[in-house]
Write a protein that binds this ligand. Structure first.
Ligand code: PMP
Length: 395
């Protein structure tokens, strides 16, 4: 029956990383492979309270169909938080989505014609690659350095690809590299987007999870021509399971997104929206985020020290100031999938980097996650990885 699938079903395969994650779920394995937030930080007790409050105060209305745009008090709270990071918006600019993943997918549906070019960081977020590929986009990758996407390279690619629809960027603590786009480059990216008449899709799930260094305004802050579609989420600052994300964009864009949402799922789970709005009313989400940052800082610092102590010296790695990931570049010619397999034999897991390159160009990289493991497990797991790396890189 395979021949019954639409053409687009052939464009994406089930995510390799998800396949990898299945293997790494074995209890004896210390896994740095996933990208899960720390579950012990989820506000379970508070949410019992909040759930009760929503049901007693709002009753059946909280379980009814609701508007596509999303629950107004939640959109207001989001506008308020965005104001704090330099984005001026009204609720007309905000659509609540089912996680930022749905926002990414809807963006593909709304903007990508078959064969359109999407410019992205090299490497970039795997599930955005899959989402945009399913709309038959062509990916043009722009090299990064420790300060994010290199602007000279971006300009070159914009000149070479006049059919570019948008630049997809994750400016803060990027997935998979943990790197952050420096301030001047944010401003330059906007100038280039204006000059070459392309949109920018700013995927920013991690910006609020900065645990070191200076705060930077989002790319959207510098947007002078309503070209930036800003996407964010409650997944990393609250809980991923409630599946709440949002899009902040020009009203004319939001109208179109709303039309597409109506064919996708009518609206994002309204009970989750009311729970989240009520949580922000009754509790201090900033205080909660402060706790998350403290834990991730400790874990990131522990992982970085372990790289120094246990890994061979002939590799390089990112030093994130927030977010969930560290990126490791092994010497040229080393295949990180082989390293991954050897690590599994030593009961430790990471993700080989190749799927994060849309055109699968680089094989010698690894992504490590530190948010989901205790410091003790991080130390033990990194020792195990260090043994494998010494053995394999010093052959
Ligand atoms: N964008 C990026 C860069 C991500 O890393 C993730 C998830 N890890 C998402 C979007 C999707 O997150 P969610 O749908 O939970 O908001």
């Amino acid at each position: 029956m395979e021949n019954k699938f639409a053409e687009r079903a052939r464009l994406i395969k089930s995510s390799e990383t998800r396949e990898i994650l299945k293997v790494t779920e074995r209890p004896e394995i210390i896994s740095f492979a996933g990208g899960l937030p720390a579950p012990e930080l989820f506000p379970v007790e508070a949410l019992k309270d909040v759930c009760n409050a929503v049901l007693s105060e709002e009753g059946a209305a909280s379980l009814q169909y609701s508007t596509t745009e999303g629950y107004i008090p939640l959109r207001e709270a989001i506008c308020q938080r965005m104001k704090g990071i330099g984005i001026n918006s009204t609720i007309e600019n905000v659509l609540i989505t089912s996680g930022s993943q749905q926002a990414i997918d809807l963006t593909g549906r709304l903007f990508i014609n078959e064969g359109d070019t999407i410019i992205c960081e090299s490497p970039t977020y795997l599930s955005a690659i899959h989402a945009f590929k399913s709309y038959n986009a062509k990916f043009v990758e722009v090299a990064m350095d420790d300060d994010g996407m290199v602007m000279e390279e971006l300009e070159k690619k914009l000149q070479e690809h006049p059919d570019t629809k948008f630049i997809y960027t994750i400016p803060d603590f990027q997935n998979p590299t943990g790197r952050t786009l420096k301030l001047e480059r944010r401003i330059r990216m906007i100038e280039l987007a204006n000059q070459y008449d392309v949109l920018i899709v700013e995927d920013n799930p991690y910006g609020a999870v900065r645990f070191a260094g200076e705060e930077l305004p989002p790319v959207k802050h510098f947007d002078t021509e309503s070209r930036v579609i800003y996407i964010s989420t409650f997944s990393k600052i609250f809980t991923p399971g409630l599946r709440l994300g949002w899009i902040c964009a020009d009203e004319s864009f939001i109208d179109k997104y709303v039309a597409f949402m109506q064919t996708a799922d009518l609206h994002t789970v309204s009970f989750a929206q009311r729970m989240t709005a009520k949580y922000m009313e009754l509790y201090d989400i900033e205080e909660h985020i402060t706790k998350i940052k403290a834990v991730y800082k400790e874990r990131c610092t522990a992982m970085l020290s372990c790289i120094e102590e246990f890994f061979p010296k002939n590799l390089s790695y990112s030093k994130p100031e927030g977010g969930l990931f560290i990126w490791v570049e092994l010497p040229e010619g080393v295949d990180s999938t082989h390293i991954f397999i050897e690590c599994l034999k030593n009961n430790v897991a990471c993700v080989p980097g190749v799927p994060f390159f849309p055109n699968r160009t680089q094989k010698n990289t690894l992504r490590l996650n530190y948010s989901n493991m205790s410091k003790e497990k991080i130390i033990e797991g990194m020792k195990r990885m260090g043994e494998v790396l010494h053995r394999e890189l010093e052959k």
